[in-house]
Design a protein around this ligand. Structure first.
Ligand code: FUL
Length: 474
């Protein structure tokens, strides 16, 4: 085993202190805002607008404003369902590609103000941001750069329009945790495509909402995971090289977005987007195609369980409410999620780990604190692996292990690991995987055992495990 990227003195200090407060080596690491975003894990996406009433997915931008007329808008109902599902926030399409603004923007004449809804006095963003505050949820906005309605789209002046509408959102509705930039970019009314001034837009977000994370194909806050099924690859690095890439068609290959890059220069973690129905907007004929709680749980394991964030779209119906089947599925999914991770069998148990050629007790990996850790020296192919042993002291039945690296202080470093259980006095491998990063949830067939061993098989320099948790998931 070698020590690299860190001096032996510093390593022994870190091991003895067990707390790594500052980045200690030359690997990218999340900013404070990104760390908070990682902990947000799972939130809802809401696609709502004229398409809800015209049954389209991409509105033309020519729809009359009166088309938008929810009969019983109830953002508190969205929030209640979100909370029951275990979601921690809601991001809404403030404006989709059709250009219709769900708030009375001063820079467009295609808004709720021009509609009959609430006699033109309504503001969906006001209602939702207030409801999120009341219900303890975070709030974020999707503002489509592509605009099929705005007369200025396709000219340099549209960048002023976009900057102004963005500023309205950044300054008018309290704290935003995320700003979503869609990569879709087509022609506007005049047949022209837009050259966007994203640099300027980024500066506005930084100025007015420094804690908001910006989503796009290339971040800078978080990246599209490369598909719309809500999953990221089993091997998921939070780093990405963005030099030379743009958004949309000029973005990195979807295969790269799926895995990130082990040696990417920037910390740009994956966000996995998916809809609870086939479409992003509500269509009555899809009422019987709502994903089941088990399907949602599977998506959760392949997104959050692989260190990504999950943004799950739930489109309100023409009343302005989540439809009964969507709500029922979300509530049952939330119950399943809470039950699955409510009883961590590692809590209070003895833990030992490899330490400088020997073994030591390591209560830091099951103390429930993410910033205390056990540090492993570098392991590469052929080396003796590092390990952690969890001793239950009595037989326990488990089928799930959740692991975390302390990425905030050390960056992401584990390339390969395995999980073994003690069976008839011999170690038996039950799972093997690649990256861990922010978190990794491994499921395997239920097994009754007294001890679990996590083997660290391959690392980039030294590596640090913050938490090991064990569960029986029904
Ligand atoms: C895509 C859009 O074109 C879809 O309409 C939807 O908003 C999805 C989340 O992103 O790029």
């Amino acid at each position: 085993m070698k020590i690299s990227g860190i001096t032996p003195f510093l390593l022994s200090f870190l091991i003895s202190s067990g707390v790594v407060a500052q980045p200690v080596a030359n690997r990218p690491a999340p900013s404070e805002a990104q760390q908070v975003w990682h902990e947000t894990e799972f939130y809802l996406f809401v696609h709502f607008g004229p398409n809800t009433f015209t049954d389209l997915e991409w509105g033309h931008g020519t729809e009359t404003e009166d088309v938008f007329n929810p009969t019983a808008l109830d953002c508190d109902q969205w929030c209640r369902v979100a909370n029951a599902a275990g979601a921690k926030g809601i991001i809404i399409t403030a404006k989709h590609h059709d250009g219709f603004c769900l708030w009375p923007s001063g820079y467009s004449t295609h808004t709720v103000r021009e509609s009959k809804w609430k006699d033109g006095k309504g503001d969906v963003l006001r209602e939702l941001s207030d409801a999120c505050k009341r219900n303890g949820l975070k709030f974020g906005v999707y503002l489509s750069p592509w605009d099929r309605n705005h007369p200025q789209y396709g000219t340099p002046r549209y960048n002023d329009v976009y900057a102004s509408t963005l500023t309205e959102l950044l300054t008018g509705y309290g704290d935003l945790f995320e700003v979503w930039w869609d990569g879709a970019n087509g022609e506007g009314k005049n047949g022209k495509k837009q050259e966007y001034d994203f640099h300027r837009f980024e500066k506005l977000v930084k100025r007015y909402q420094p804690n908001a994370v910006i989503f796009s194909d290339i971040g800078p806050g978080c990246r599209w995971a490369g598909n719309e099924q809500g999953t990221v690859a089993e091997t998921n690095w939070c780093m990405l090289d963005t030099a030379g890439f743009g958004r949309g068609a000029t973005g990195p290959a979807t295969s790269v977005l799926q895995t990130g890059q082990e040696n990417g220069a920037l910390w740009i973690p994956a966000e996995c987007d998916v809809s609870i129905r086939p479409g992003w907007f509500y269509h009555k004929e899809e009422d019987d195609k709502v994903k089941t709680p088990d399907q949602l749980f599977d998506i959760y394991l392949k997104s959050v369980g692989r260190g990504g964030n999950l943004i799950l779209n739930v489109p309100p119906d023409r009343q302005g409410r989540f439809a009964p089947r969507d709500s029922a599925s979300l509530v049952a999914f939330g119950d399943k999620l809470r039950k699955a991770f409510s009883n961590n069998l590692a809590t209070g148990k003895l833990v030992f780990a490899s330490y400088q050629g020997g073994e030591s007790r390591t209560p830091r990996v099951n103390d429930g604190k993410q910033n205390t850790c056990h540090i492993f020296e570098q392991v590469s192919g052929g080396d003796i692996p590092g390990y952690i042993v969890l001793d239950f002291r009595k037989p326990e039945t488990i089928n799930c292990i959740r692991l975390r690296e302390t990425v905030r202080s050390t960056g992401q470093r584990i390339r390969q690991f395995s999980i073994e259980v003690l069976e008839n006095d011999a170690w038996k491998e039950v799972a093997r995987s690649t990256t861990i990063g922010v978190r990794k949830i491994c499921m395997f067939d239920p097994v009754t055992t007294t001890k679990v061993r996590i083997k660290i098989l391959d690392t980039v320099g030294f590596a640090a495990i913050g938490e090991v948790e064990a569960y029986r998931v029904e």
